[in-house]
Design a protein around this ligand. Structure first.
Ligand SMILES: [Ca+2]
Ligand SMILES: [Ca+2]
Length: 257
Protein backbone atom coordinates (compact mmCIF):
# COMPACT_ATOMS: atom_id res chain seq x y z
CA UNK A 1 0.00 0.00 0.00
CA UNK A 2 2.78 2.38 0.94
CA UNK A 3 4.59 1.67 -2.33
CA UNK A 4 1.43 2.34 -4.34
CA UNK A 5 0.90 5.64 -2.55
CA UNK A 6 4.51 6.67 -3.13
CA UNK A 7 4.24 5.72 -6.81
CA UNK A 8 1.06 7.78 -7.33
CA UNK A 9 2.39 10.80 -5.48
CA UNK A 10 5.76 10.54 -7.25
CA UNK A 11 3.93 10.59 -10.57
CA UNK A 12 2.08 13.73 -9.51
CA UNK A 13 5.34 15.41 -8.54
CA UNK A 14 7.19 14.39 -11.71
CA UNK A 15 4.33 15.21 -14.05
CA UNK A 16 3.94 18.68 -12.58
CA UNK A 17 7.63 19.55 -12.43
CA UNK A 18 9.61 21.52 -14.97
CA UNK A 19 13.32 21.19 -15.57
CA UNK A 20 14.12 24.35 -13.71
CA UNK A 21 12.63 24.06 -10.26
CA UNK A 22 14.07 27.17 -8.64
CA UNK A 23 15.86 30.28 -9.87
CA UNK A 24 16.28 33.07 -7.35
CA UNK A 25 18.49 36.11 -7.82
CA UNK A 26 17.21 38.39 -5.03
CA UNK A 27 16.28 41.40 -7.17
CA UNK A 28 12.81 41.91 -5.72
CA UNK A 29 13.98 42.95 -2.25
CA UNK A 30 11.93 40.47 -0.23
CA UNK A 31 12.10 36.84 0.79
CA UNK A 32 8.57 35.74 -0.02
CA UNK A 33 7.03 33.15 2.25
CA UNK A 34 6.01 30.98 -0.68
CA UNK A 35 9.64 30.88 -1.92
CA UNK A 36 11.65 30.53 1.27
CA UNK A 37 11.60 28.97 4.69
CA UNK A 38 13.80 30.89 7.12
CA UNK A 39 15.78 29.10 9.84
CA UNK A 40 17.03 31.97 11.94
CA UNK A 41 18.21 32.05 15.56
CA UNK A 42 19.30 34.97 17.74
CA UNK A 43 22.43 36.67 16.38
CA UNK A 44 21.45 36.11 12.74
CA UNK A 45 20.53 38.81 10.20
CA UNK A 46 19.38 38.01 6.67
CA UNK A 47 19.01 41.01 4.35
CA UNK A 48 18.92 41.86 0.70
CA UNK A 49 22.07 43.78 -0.09
CA UNK A 50 23.41 46.02 -2.86
CA UNK A 51 26.96 45.72 -1.46
CA UNK A 52 27.66 42.69 -3.66
CA UNK A 53 25.79 41.15 -6.57
CA UNK A 54 26.61 38.26 -8.87
CA UNK A 55 23.61 39.10 -11.04
CA UNK A 56 21.58 42.29 -11.26
CA UNK A 57 21.96 44.72 -8.39
CA UNK A 58 21.36 42.64 -5.28
CA UNK A 59 22.24 39.49 -3.41
CA UNK A 60 21.22 38.02 -0.06
CA UNK A 61 23.51 38.78 2.87
CA UNK A 62 23.89 36.62 6.00
CA UNK A 63 25.40 38.20 9.09
CA UNK A 64 25.82 35.53 11.75
CA UNK A 65 27.31 35.56 15.23
CA UNK A 66 29.31 32.57 16.49
CA UNK A 67 27.18 29.51 17.26
CA UNK A 68 23.94 30.74 15.69
CA UNK A 69 21.83 29.31 12.90
CA UNK A 70 21.22 31.55 9.89
CA UNK A 71 19.89 29.71 6.85
CA UNK A 72 17.28 29.84 4.10
CA UNK A 73 15.55 26.86 2.47
CA UNK A 74 14.19 27.16 -1.08
CA UNK A 75 10.57 26.04 -1.42
CA UNK A 76 8.98 25.10 -4.73
CA UNK A 77 6.07 23.25 -6.25
CA UNK A 78 3.27 21.99 -4.05
CA UNK A 79 4.05 22.68 -0.37
CA UNK A 80 2.36 19.43 0.66
CA UNK A 81 4.26 17.28 -1.82
CA UNK A 82 7.53 19.03 -0.98
CA UNK A 83 6.93 18.36 2.71
CA UNK A 84 6.03 14.75 1.94
CA UNK A 85 9.10 13.91 -0.15
CA UNK A 86 11.76 16.62 -0.03
CA UNK A 87 14.43 15.88 -2.68
CA UNK A 88 13.79 12.59 -4.50
CA UNK A 89 16.00 9.52 -4.26
CA UNK A 90 17.42 7.74 -7.31
CA UNK A 91 17.23 10.46 -9.94
CA UNK A 92 19.62 13.19 -11.06
CA UNK A 93 19.26 16.53 -9.35
CA UNK A 94 21.15 19.77 -10.04
CA UNK A 95 21.94 22.61 -7.61
CA UNK A 96 23.91 25.78 -8.20
CA UNK A 97 24.62 28.98 -6.31
CA UNK A 98 27.24 31.69 -6.10
CA UNK A 99 28.72 32.86 -2.84
CA UNK A 100 30.99 35.68 -1.74
CA UNK A 101 33.13 36.01 1.38
CA UNK A 102 34.29 39.60 2.01
CA UNK A 103 37.93 40.54 2.10
CA UNK A 104 39.02 40.26 4.87
CA UNK A 105 37.08 37.40 6.51
CA UNK A 106 37.87 35.71 9.80
CA UNK A 107 38.39 31.96 10.03
CA UNK A 108 38.69 29.39 12.77
CA UNK A 109 40.31 25.98 13.03
CA UNK A 110 36.84 24.57 13.73
CA UNK A 111 34.17 23.59 11.27
CA UNK A 112 31.16 25.62 10.07
CA UNK A 113 28.62 24.99 7.28
CA UNK A 114 27.54 27.32 4.44
CA UNK A 115 25.51 24.86 2.33
CA UNK A 116 24.02 21.57 3.44
CA UNK A 117 21.63 18.96 2.21
CA UNK A 118 19.90 18.13 5.46
CA UNK A 119 18.52 14.63 5.95
CA UNK A 120 14.98 13.79 7.06
CA UNK A 121 15.31 11.26 9.85
CA UNK A 122 12.43 8.91 10.49
CA UNK A 123 11.16 10.55 13.67
CA UNK A 124 7.94 8.55 13.68
CA UNK A 125 10.04 5.40 14.16
CA UNK A 126 12.17 7.03 16.84
CA UNK A 127 15.25 7.57 14.72
CA UNK A 128 17.77 9.78 16.49
CA UNK A 129 19.39 12.91 15.00
CA UNK A 130 23.05 13.87 14.99
CA UNK A 131 23.99 11.94 11.84
CA UNK A 132 25.05 15.14 10.07
CA UNK A 133 24.10 16.28 6.55
CA UNK A 134 24.81 13.64 3.88
CA UNK A 135 26.43 16.38 1.79
CA UNK A 136 27.80 19.72 2.97
CA UNK A 137 30.02 22.60 1.90
CA UNK A 138 31.94 23.75 4.93
CA UNK A 139 34.64 26.20 5.93
CA UNK A 140 37.40 25.06 8.27
CA UNK A 141 40.78 26.61 8.98
CA UNK A 142 40.46 28.94 5.98
CA UNK A 143 39.63 26.07 3.61
CA UNK A 144 36.55 25.07 1.67
CA UNK A 145 35.78 21.52 2.74
CA UNK A 146 33.16 19.21 1.26
CA UNK A 147 32.00 16.18 3.24
CA UNK A 148 29.50 13.39 2.73
CA UNK A 149 28.04 10.45 4.57
CA UNK A 150 25.65 7.55 4.13
CA UNK A 151 23.96 4.73 5.98
CA UNK A 152 21.85 1.87 4.60
CA UNK A 153 20.25 1.02 7.97
CA UNK A 154 16.61 2.14 8.05
CA UNK A 155 17.10 3.17 11.66
CA UNK A 156 20.59 4.62 11.89
CA UNK A 157 22.59 3.91 15.01
CA UNK A 158 23.09 7.18 16.91
CA UNK A 159 26.25 9.05 16.01
CA UNK A 160 27.85 11.13 13.26
CA UNK A 161 27.79 9.54 9.80
CA UNK A 162 28.68 12.53 7.62
CA UNK A 163 32.37 12.29 8.25
CA UNK A 164 33.96 11.53 4.90
CA UNK A 165 35.96 14.25 3.12
CA UNK A 166 35.42 14.65 -0.63
CA UNK A 167 37.57 17.69 -1.37
CA UNK A 168 39.36 20.57 0.34
CA UNK A 169 41.02 23.77 -0.88
CA UNK A 170 41.89 27.24 0.42
CA UNK A 171 38.95 29.67 0.42
CA UNK A 172 38.86 32.74 -1.79
CA UNK A 173 37.76 36.09 -0.35
CA UNK A 174 36.61 39.20 -2.19
CA UNK A 175 35.39 37.26 -5.26
CA UNK A 176 32.23 35.42 -6.25
CA UNK A 177 32.65 31.65 -6.33
CA UNK A 178 30.25 29.60 -8.47
CA UNK A 179 29.26 26.16 -7.22
CA UNK A 180 27.43 23.48 -9.20
CA UNK A 181 26.38 20.10 -7.82
CA UNK A 182 24.87 17.13 -9.64
CA UNK A 183 23.68 14.42 -7.26
CA UNK A 184 21.82 11.15 -7.46
CA UNK A 185 20.76 10.54 -3.88
CA UNK A 186 20.99 6.89 -2.89
CA UNK A 187 22.14 4.91 0.12
CA UNK A 188 23.19 2.11 -2.26
CA UNK A 189 26.10 1.90 -4.71
CA UNK A 190 24.17 3.65 -7.50
CA UNK A 191 24.48 7.10 -5.92
CA UNK A 192 26.85 9.75 -7.23
CA UNK A 193 28.09 13.28 -6.54
CA UNK A 194 29.66 15.53 -9.16
CA UNK A 195 30.81 19.04 -8.25
CA UNK A 196 32.16 21.94 -10.29
CA UNK A 197 33.70 25.08 -8.82
CA UNK A 198 33.90 28.06 -11.17
CA UNK A 199 33.15 25.69 -14.06
CA UNK A 200 35.97 23.25 -13.24
CA UNK A 201 35.11 19.77 -12.04
CA UNK A 202 36.53 19.12 -8.58
CA UNK A 203 34.58 16.01 -7.44
CA UNK A 204 33.40 12.89 -9.26
CA UNK A 205 32.27 10.32 -6.71
CA UNK A 206 30.28 7.15 -7.30
CA UNK A 207 28.73 5.37 -4.34
CA UNK A 208 26.31 5.77 -1.45
CA UNK A 209 25.54 9.37 -0.41
CA UNK A 210 22.29 9.25 1.56
CA UNK A 211 20.56 7.73 4.55
CA UNK A 212 17.82 5.14 4.36
CA UNK A 213 14.90 7.46 5.17
CA UNK A 214 11.28 7.67 4.02
CA UNK A 215 11.88 11.25 2.87
CA UNK A 216 14.83 12.74 1.02
CA UNK A 217 17.16 15.63 1.81
CA UNK A 218 16.48 19.37 1.64
CA UNK A 219 18.87 22.20 0.83
CA UNK A 220 19.82 24.85 3.41
CA UNK A 221 22.04 27.81 2.53
CA UNK A 222 23.63 30.53 4.65
CA UNK A 223 25.64 30.15 7.81
CA UNK A 224 25.19 27.26 10.23
CA UNK A 225 27.11 27.38 13.49
CA UNK A 226 29.88 29.81 12.47
CA UNK A 227 32.82 29.90 14.87
CA UNK A 228 33.56 33.58 14.20
CA UNK A 229 31.43 36.54 13.10
CA UNK A 230 30.50 35.42 9.62
CA UNK A 231 29.35 37.60 6.73
CA UNK A 232 28.52 35.76 3.53
CA UNK A 233 26.52 36.68 0.42
CA UNK A 234 24.59 34.30 -1.86
CA UNK A 235 23.15 34.95 -5.30
CA UNK A 236 21.64 33.00 -8.21
CA UNK A 237 20.33 29.96 -6.36
CA UNK A 238 19.10 27.38 -8.81
CA UNK A 239 17.68 23.87 -8.57
CA UNK A 240 16.98 21.61 -11.51
CA UNK A 241 15.72 18.12 -12.14
CA UNK A 242 17.14 15.45 -14.46
CA UNK A 243 16.12 17.35 -17.60
CA UNK A 244 18.78 19.95 -16.83
CA UNK A 245 22.37 19.66 -18.04
CA UNK A 246 25.75 21.18 -17.22
CA UNK A 247 25.20 23.76 -19.98
CA UNK A 248 21.63 24.62 -19.03
CA UNK A 249 22.54 25.07 -15.38
CA UNK A 250 25.29 27.55 -16.30
CA UNK A 251 23.39 29.56 -18.88
CA UNK A 252 22.98 33.27 -18.41
CA UNK A 253 19.86 34.35 -16.62
CA UNK A 254 17.33 36.14 -18.74
CA UNK A 255 14.99 37.09 -15.94
CA UNK A 256 15.48 38.77 -12.61
CA UNK A 257 13.57 37.34 -9.68
CA1 LIG B 1 21.21 39.16 -7.87
CA1 LIG C 1 15.97 6.23 8.49
Amino acid sequence: MRNTLIFVLSYLVISSASAELVLRSFETGELKEEHWQIDQYKGCKIDHSTEQAKSGKQSIKFTAEPGTRCEILPKFGSPFLWWLFHEPFNEARWYSFSLFLPEPSEFSTENEVVAQWHSSRDRIFGEKGGRGPPLALRIRHGNWRITYGSDSDFLSEPGAKAIWPLWEQKVETGVWVDWLFKVRWSYADDGYIEIWKDGEQIVKYNGPNAYNDLRGVYLKLGSYHPRVNRVIYFDDIRLGDDEESFESMLREQTQQH
